[in-house]
Design a protein around this ligand. Structure first.
Ligand SMILES: Cc1cc2nc3c(=O)[nH]c(=O)nc-3n(C[C@H](O)[C@H](O)[C@H](O)COP(=O)(O)O)c2cc1C
Length: 193
């Protein structure tokens, strides 16, 4: 009971697959956050269509995105969050194209005055191989967060959630995921004090 009903954590799954590892891990983290009395909401990229940025410059000139798709609503969800936890499958040693498209489209929030700055961020990566690029994927997610001026946390030991699929069989990986959401909740509580 330490989140307070106005502290909100958004979980983003970057997988195009419904009910895959990333979605299950986001569900798990948000359950933990809700049990600690944080508000929680999900952005599952298996359910949304977010086109890549075209570098048209409209977010510089008119402070709005020229592309009208699901991102229009997702901007509001991201802005309303106090914490953002992102889970991605490892695709060729990095995040999915779907997640990268969302990251690039948030340029507008940066140009509108660093609207994600000061939010707490954390990352989870799940790969089909034990050493398939999870740490590099977590790093790519952290890079997006740093470029927005977010406060990045790890798992209180290393970098975040590092998971070998199938996630439910990777006990050590699940511990890093639990520790990562735990760290996010702890830091949000400290910031709200
Ligand atoms: C296009 C593609 C590229 C992949 N590249 C990697 C990789 O570089 N390293 C790895 O460990 N797993 C790789 N995988 C396996 C996925 O990371 C793995 O199946 C993951 O659990 C999928 O997450 P999801 O269940 O949330 O969709 C790749 C899968 C696909 C479809």
């Amino acid at each position: 009971m330490d989140g307070g009903d106005t502290t909100k954590i958004i979980g983003i799954s970057g997988s195009p697959r419904t009910n895959g590892n990333s979605e299950k891990l986001i569900d798990m983290t948000l359950d933990i956050a809700e049990n600690r009395d944080f508000d929680a909401d999900r952005i599952l990229l298996s359910k949304y269509s977010v086109a890549p940025c075209t570098a048209c410059g409209r977010c510089s000139d008119a402070k709005e995105c020229a592309i009208k798709d699901d991102m229009t609503n997702l901007y509001h969800l991201l802005e309303a969050a106090d914490g953002i936890i992102v889970a991605s499958p490892v695709y060729f040693g990095c995040v999915t194209a779907q997640l990268k498209a969302l990251f690039d489209r948030t340029l507008m929030l940066r140009r509108q005055g660093f609207l994600l700055s000061g939010k707490v961020g954390a990352a989870i990566a799940v790969g089909g191989s034990r050493n398939g690029g999870q740490e590099k994927t977590v790093q790519a997610i952290h890079d997006w967060m740093h470029i927005h001026g977010m406060i990045v946390v790890g798992d209180n030991s290393h970098f975040g959630g590092i998971v070998h699929a199938p996630a439910e069989s990777d006990e050590t990986g699940i511990e890093t995921v639990k520790a990562t959401i735990g760290k996010m909740c702890d830091v949000l509580r400290m910031l709200k004090r």
